[in-house]
Design a protein around this ligand. Sequence first.
Ligand SMILES: [Zn+2]
Length: 342
Amino acid sequence: MNPVVNLDDYIKALPKTELHVHIEGTLEPELIFELAQRNNVSLPYASVQALREAYAFTNLQSFLDLYYAGASVLITEQDFYDMTMAYLQRAHADGVCHAEIMFDPQTHTERGIAIETVFSGIARAVRDMQARTGLTSYLLMSFLRHLSEEAAFETLNAALPLREAYGDIWVGIGLDSSELGNPPEKFARVFERCRELGFRLVAHAGEEGPAHYVRDALDVLHAERIDHGVRSADDPALVQRLIEEQIPLTVCPLSNLKLCVVDDLAKHNLADFLRQGVLVTINADDPAYFGGYVADNYLAVAKALKLSRNELAQLADNSIIASFLPIGRKAALRARVRAIAQ
Ligand SMILES: [Zn+2]
């Protein structure tokens, strides 16, 4: 194979998975306006431009406030389909071969949208995209941690009858939204139930919250993968454990920058983690809000942290290892990474 000269082309050519993306966070302002018009929802912004200008966040909460406002335009099954299809097309263009997509039913059921509508629209887009391009996706139904554990149980119970129809792609459970003040143990019982039901488990921890939230996500929730986890660096013994047990972190560099988790990408600890042997991966989180999809995130850290092409290939390889794909598909994708790696 000829070496790919341009760095952007090289990143896009690397087969990779995306493991930390919130489908509601992929809603671009243009689509928000289109859906608002289609559904007669009024928005507190005069134009696409005015909405984009509101994306100047100071922390996680300032983003979440806007994020929930944006999601209010999602009403019909077709809306969820259109949102998901738009994301999958962008991911495909970035060289994503497999995505594990988080979605928050509570953001919608609280507004009176049926949970079936949410599942059906997202799953139909996933299946269409797979048939069309081979890009596969799994779904991680996520609980909003600022709500109660009881509300999480209600969501789980409402969703379980849908497992028969969507169980081939709905493989896991996640935990997201406001981290500070909502520690992992708040959801210990519902995660235990999900584990008994055979779901794969992931949880956000150590984004704004302290390193011990990462420990608790592992020990109390039995999360197999930590979303973000950048604050683990505050606890060297925890970092050692992440390395020894090869627990994946789904890091989202542009999100960390935009939400002021780091003030400069050049100071991001992703490169240190990678070089120490932590199973770190690169992801977009909420790309419509944070200024970039997954390839943009690879490119930004490649430049800011001076990553070599081999290290970028390692990150793509990590994303495959850290996925919930069956072992045979992982082996095939990893062989493709090795063929491209420079
Ligand atoms: Zn996230």
